[in-house]
Ligand binder design. Structure first.
Ligand SMILES: *Cc1c(COP(=O)(O)O)cnc(C)c1O
Length: 463
């Protein structure tokens, strides 16, 4: 089992046997609502529609590959998180999953807060009018310029990740005559993966300050002494694509232990606890994610119970879902270019994108599903591997999936659950142009991030 927790996804290969795939589904035309955005369905002719628009029209108008995002689904999921946690908690959307100005406006309208972790993400948030006190600034190596900009702008909180940063933020805030609200990110020695977690993981990672050895307690001691800082709470983020709440249980127990030590040593009860993000979504029909209200109930109960037994006032909880909000709301629409059956092995299906628009399969051995979407088919299932057009044999989008055997060049296929960590991690490898993000809602489609052009590429290349 891997020890490396990835901010954007697990390494399934360490958990699942090599070559793992389910039996062919009974009906290749069926669209499992677990993995597809809410408004996705097939019309009378078998063409997939989303937000009332069929994918053939989307491909014609916007080209392929394209990320197609169901705006009503995004809003519904954001609202579900907000409602589930209620007025006594804060939901911060993790912008690194996917951030654009339209997304910032939706979040604002739905009453969510926003996590950013770079100057670029902060600029996007501010330019779209996110109230600055609802922004949290993360990262393990924020530059002094980024810190200054965040403090000047007045971000609601900065999450401190190292001893240097405690001093740096305090200094910058003081120079600016400010008192910056901060949390300290601690590593609690819990590491969560898809279906299990390790409660005694080594704190061998770049993020946070270890609870172990009294380091986090020392960080708190320093932060409390510095005039430029107002320490409002402790932050813990244990991993990603988590289904099992017991990792949070252990993490909360340990964070509350620290809060109790802080009370005993300094006579202060910190008012906030942030449990991070990392809640899982369904990439295939095998995944069974929980609903926001179940997660909210479980987390609230855990923190309340731990605080009661430590005789602490229950702090205000915040959570930071990224993937769980945006992940399921989008799919990537590709056109099939070539089909190469390898006898006795599988059939390679090449699409017009690849690792430049979805690096997660290559990076984390992530699993995805795929469907033929420009028509339905009664053909037999064939075991396929969906690959991209890049000069790299690891350029795989979907490792093992069943597609109908009559699949042909020109067909449109779609990979669901690509809303998170796909466009945000996209690259220009092979000078491929990054696809647009098209938002659909109530029969209307609009580009929220346009397709890159060769002019965009050449503009950066100043010769
Ligand atoms: C990545 C990250 C998140 C979001 O993780 P998801 O898996 O997208 O929910 C939240 N908080 C922090 C600190 C992160 O690094």
């Amino acid at each position: 089992m891997s020890r490396s927790a990835h901010p954007a996804g697990p390494r399934h290969a360490d958990v699942l046997p090599e070559g793992h795939y389910s039996a062919p589904p009974a009906d290749l035309n069926a669209l499992d609502p677990k993995v597809w955005a809410q408004t996705v369905t097939r019309d009378g002719e078998g063409v997939l529609t989303v937000g009332g628009i069929d994918v053939k029209r989307l491909a014609e108008e916007f080209g392929t590959p394209a990320y197609v995002l169901d705006e009503s689904d995004f809003r519904a999921r954001a609202r579900a998180w907000r409602t589930a946690f209620g007025q006594d908690a804060d939901v911060f959307y993790a912008g690194k999953a996917f951030l654009s100005r339209a997304v910032v406006r939706w979040l604002h309208e739905e009453g969510l807060n926003l996590d950013v972790c770079s100057g670029g993400e902060l600029a996007t948030a501010l330019s779209a009018g996110m109230p600055v006190d609802r922004i949290a600034f993360h990262g393990n190596n924020k530059s002094p310029a980024e810190i200054e900009r965040a403090v000047r702008a007045g971000v609601g909180r900065i999450v401190l990740d190292s001893f240097q940063e405690i001093a740096r933020v305090a200094h910058i805030a003081q120079e600016l005559g400010r008192r910056q609200r901060v949390q300290i990110r601690v590593t609690v020695g819990v590491e969560a993966h898809t279906h299990e977690f390790i409660a005694t993981a080594h704190e061998d990672q770049k993020f946070g300050i270890p609870l172990a050895g009294g380091q986090a307690a020392e960080a708190v001691r320093r932060a409390l002494q510095l005039d430029g800082l107002e320490l409002i709470g402790i932050h813990s983020h244990i991993g990603s694509q988590i289904f099992d709440m017991s990792g949070f249980e252990v993490a909360a127990h340990r964070v509350v232990g620290l809060l109790k030590d802080i009370r005993d040593e300094h006579g202060v009860e910190l008012p906030e606890i942030d449990l991070g993000g990392g809640l899982g979504i369904a990439y295939t029909s095998d995944d069974d994610p929980r609903e926001p209200h179940e997660i909210a109930k479980a987390l609230t109960e855990i923190v309340t119970r731990e605080c009661e037994s430590a005789r602490l006032r229950t702090p205000r909880i915040s959570v930071e879902p990224g993937r769980a909000i945006v992940g399921p709301t989008a799919f990537t629409l590709y056109e099939v270019g070539t089909i190469k059956p390898l006898d006795g092995l599988r059939t390679y299906v090449s699409v017009d994108g690849g690792m430049s628009d979805n690096i997660r399969t290559a990076l984390y051995d992530a699993e995805y599903s795929v469907a033929l979407v420009s028509r339905s088919s009664d053909a037999e299932p064939m075991l396929a591997r969906v690959v991209g057009k890049h000069c790299e044999s690891g350029d795989i989008v979907v490792k093992d999936a069943f597609l109908p055997a009559d699949l042909a060049p020109g067909d449109l296929i779609a990979v669901p659950a690509t809303g998170a960590y796909c466009r945000s991690m996209a690259s220009n490898y092979n000078h491929v142009l990054r696809p647009p993000v098209v938002a659909v809602r109530d029969g209307e489609a609009r580009v929220i991030v346009r397709r890159e052009t060769e002019d965009d590429l050449l503009r950066l290349d100043v010769g």
